[in-house]
Design a protein around this ligand. Structure first.
Ligand SMILES: C[S@@+](CC[C@H](N)C(=O)[O-])C[C@H]1O[C@@H](n2cnc3c(N)ncnc32)[C@H](O)[C@@H]1O
Length: 219
């Protein structure tokens, strides 16, 4: 995954502590057994910039006409190797990724009950493969940063990002408690599905709070 643009954009900002999780040396030392294989695998996925993205129920990148059959079959095989896809659905150049869970149903229940994300910086704690982060882009936030320590999900995000490199959405392979300095930068955070896994939910929430500036909205 090429974080160089992200790293350049945050190096002089309150987000600079996140550089610890997007540097090549950090990525190289990640120890999940399959991770080196995934990284190699990702390099074989072509970097084709999708002309259009849609962040509706099915997060879509590009259309069938932008790739030939052979390229599409190649991409399909590479994405299939990253199974299981728990969050979704996605559509990549007409290749449908049918996930285990219909994450769109959850997002639809939520989206009318949150304040506008327009122009905001958003932290998605436990973001999985970034499905909800993509959905957030529908509302035109300034930046969405997702964090998740589960490398298989992060690798799925990296695969998708190869087709839409310029989006203001980034996923870092780390857990919330690894962020040791208060970022005081995000205007909104989503800690869904994580709090009840933590031994100390209150400490988890306090860590989230340290990432926030101004208003506090929890979802
Ligand atoms: C139950 S899933 C919820 C995913 C998504 N947020 C949702 O609402 O559907 C929990 C996710 O949080 C991640 N996670 C677990 N512990 C975490 C931590 N300490 N910091 C950040 N993410 C964590 C897991 O890897 C997993 O992807």
């Amino acid at each position: 995954m090429d974080y160089s643009e992200f790293n350049g954009s945050i190096s002089d900002s309150e987000l600079a502590p996140l550089l610890s999780f997007s540097s090549e040396s950090y990525l190289r030392q990640l120890k999940h057994g399959d991770f080196p294989r995934w990284r190699k695998h990702l390099e074989s996925i072509p970097t084709i910039a999708a002309s259009n993205c849609d962040f509706g129920d099915v997060v879509s990148m590009g259309s069938v006409s932008e790739t030939d059959d052979k390229t599409r079959e190649g991409i399909r095989g590479l994405l299939l190797e990253m199974t299981p896809w728990r969050k979704g659905p996605f559509d990549v150049f007409g290749i449908q990724i049918d996930p285990e869970w219909r994450s769109n149903l959850k997002w639809n229940r939520l989206q009318n009950n949150i304040s506008s994300l327009r122009g905001k910086k958003v932290l998605d704690v436990g973001c999985g493969n970034g499905y909800y982060g993509f959905r957030m882009l529908e509302q035109d936030p300034e930046l969405v940063v997702g964090i998740d320590p589960h490398l298989a999900y992060v690798a799925q995000f990296w695969a998708l990002k190869r087709f839409a490199a310029d989006l203001p959405l980034h996923v870092l392979p780390c857990a919330l408690e690894q962020i040791s300095e208060p970022l005081q930068c995000f205007e909104l955070f989503f800690p869904r599905g994580v709090i009840y896994h933590r031994r100390s939910p209150i400490d988890h929430l306090l860590r989230c709070k340290h990432c926030l500036v101004r208003e506090v909205n929890w979802f």
